[in-house]
Design a protein around this ligand. Structure first.
Ligand SMILES: N[C@@H](CCC(=O)N[C@@H](CS)C(=O)NCC(=O)O)C(=O)O
Length: 240
């Protein structure tokens, strides 16, 4: 697969016709961590799907009819069923294809709720406040703040995986940000994590990299670095 060369549909384009052989379509942007969540679930469930990348800087008018918010990810099935919001897409796929690699326990409403809360806490603690700041320009204070947030996440871990002894919804929903840490370290030439300080998270990252779904959806650090170089961190926009 040539990841670096898939074009995004921009203004003036026409919506591509559905392909019968891939009944699920994912509207995406190659480097979007929220879309990455959905790619992980699709791969974990071993589902066939088609990707339509949208040029978020120059969105086609037709995409605003697909998603009134104009955001990716969005799932669309051949019968025009549409689902957006990444965690909603993940839960939808998990429930619809509930005979394959279940992520959220069907019979445990409290555990389902706990997993969803854990995703929000982890994402809220690392992604927005600290990783974004370090991407804009790392300083020692930002790095220590991220390390402290990782201390708290490590303290929340229940097993070798984030919510127990096997992959769950939580692992797949937060992995996109952890996959980007080595790339951010390379881009800003900083060290954000260490095995000494976060042994359990380091071990979890190793386990996650062994997962087939992670391998099928992961990009090399250099590809992220190339993307970061094109990005305007004040507006959040990039050429992709
Ligand atoms: N809460 C949304 C966030 C999705 C999101 O922010 N996607 C970004 C790309 S990474 C986007 O579509 N940005 C374009 C825009 O906001 O117009 C989700 O979880 O799906």
């Amino acid at each position: 697969m040539v990841i670096g060369d898939i074009p995004g549909y921009g203004k003036g384009s026409k919506p591509p016709p559905h392909r019968a052989e891939e009944p699920i379509r994912l509207y995406s942007m190659r480097f979007c961590p929220f879309a990455h969540r959905v790619r992980l679930v699709l791969a974990y469930k071993q589902l066939l799907y088609e990707v339509v990348n949208i040029d978020l800087k120059d969105k086609p008018d037709w995409y605003l009819q697909v998603n009134p918010l104009g955001k990716v990810p969005l799932l669309e099935e051949d019968d025009n069923k549409r689902v957006f919001e990444s965690t909603n897409c993940a839960e939808y796929l998990d429930d619809k294809f509930n005979d394959r690699n279940k992520l959220l326990p069907a019979a445990h409403p409290l555990q389902r709720a706990q997993q969803k809360m854990m995703v929000e806490v982890i994402h809220g603690k690392i992604a927005m406040p600290h990783m974004q700041l370090i991407l804009k320009g790392a300083d020692e204070q930002n790095r220590e703040a991220l390390a402290k947030a990782l201390d708290e996440i490590e303290a929340m871990m229940v097993g070798p995986y984030l919510f127990g002894d096997s992959v769950t919804f939580v692992d797949l929903m937060v992995w996109p940000w952890f996959e980007r840490i080595p790339a951010i370290e390379k881009f800003r030439q900083v060290s954000m994590t260490s095995e000494e300080r976060h042994p359990q998270l380091t071990h979890w990252c190793k386990l996650m990299r062994e997962e087939a779904a992670v391998q099928a959806t992961s990009y090399p650090a250099d590809l992220y670095v190339d993307f970061f170089r094109t990005r305007d961190f004040n507006t959040g926009l990039s050429k992709h």
